[in-house]
Design a protein around this ligand. Sequence first.
Ligand code: HAM
Length: 420
Amino acid sequence: MQITRPRGTSDILPGTTEKWQVIEQTMHRICREYAYREIRTPIFEHTELFLRGVGETTDIVEKEMYTFLDKGGRSITLRPEATAAVARAYLENKLFAQPQPIKLYCVGPMFRYDRPQAGRLRQFHQFDVEVFGAAGPGADAEVIALAMDYLARLGLKDLQLHINSVGCPECRQVLPEKLRTYLAGQVGDLCGDCRTRIDRNPLRVLDCKNEKCRDIGREAPTPLDCLCTACAEHFEQVRRQLDLLKIGYVVNPRLVRGLDYYTRTAFEILFSESGAQNAVGGGGRYDGLMETIGGASVPGVGFAIGLERVLLVLERQGVSLETAAPLEAFVAVAGETDELATRLLADLRKEGVAADRDYTGRSLKAQMKYAGKTRVPVVVITGEDEAARGVAVVRDMATGEQTEVPVELIAERVRTLSGR
Ligand code: HAM
């Protein structure tokens, strides 16, 4: 029986990897402009980090983690998200001792035992951004601006930014009770998940996807109704900064995110698809996270964008990314000119041309046919007669025009022809 890849994972093949390179290069470039620096943390962490960081009552921790015991009997989890891990790295490497704030980003695979469907995988990739040590609303606005700027640069259109404030622990003492009281009379109409959420995490009822729960949620009290003065002022300032940056948004009082660490600002970037809304990215402020995982109090704010979703939206919107041509020149070897072909190939590559040659010993005709299939723009043909005269033939594959070019000028000519 043939062995296949595990459900919910994907092989990213040539043709698509070039697109990944573009979205990653764009990410590196924009992070440099916004003065964020890359961090790389392990793919697996101690399970405890996510239990405490992400929260024990979240779907991620309750249902979706890839957790196993290693050979030393330690409980290990493949990271389902990056924030808790980056926060751990900040503490462990004493980044708090450096000038604050610390602005970081990372990219890589995350793992969630989710129900696979279009744009939802069990191994997926996130571009993740985190700022530590900046409590002001400007930091919230900056990460939102970075996320929106990145998606716009890639060419995504018609995205909606939803923002909300989920308040601080102080104002959040009020909301769960209010919610429980409101929901008490309607328990019978809630879905099974929400019934259990009433006790443990009633806020989650507000963003349940179930139609009936949504109807009930529409009239329910929201975090915005319960904000303390400081949180209300913070939210007001974030909105003002977004206005200043001309970033459009919708205030969605029912936006509560699926991770427990958020305080104050929460946001999601949505694209609509046959009526349903889907998130390309999301994030927010998490001023209590560091303490939850054993550090001193350090404010934080950030977001993550799902890269598979970015590619999906680009495809649905018919946007093509400008990828580099995989092959710019092909050297076709005729007669006994192997050494010349090897030399020319090396010259081409030194000029920065993506070049290849034949190694199979097939006929010139077969080599030309192969070159045609690769859609390479230029073929260099090394024939014996020409080699004896110190030249080779350069063929422009678009026009079919062939010119003899002195061997030492070939690389330069090809570079011009291939548009580099
Ligand atoms: P999240 O909303 O859980 O937030 O995930 C962020 C993004 O990752 C989603 O909007 C989506 O694009 C993508 N994503 C999530 N699950 C899957 C999946 N199963 N398959 C494909 N894509 C997926 C976080 O992870 C937070 N750590 C974000 C954050 C950073 N908050 C503050 N800093």
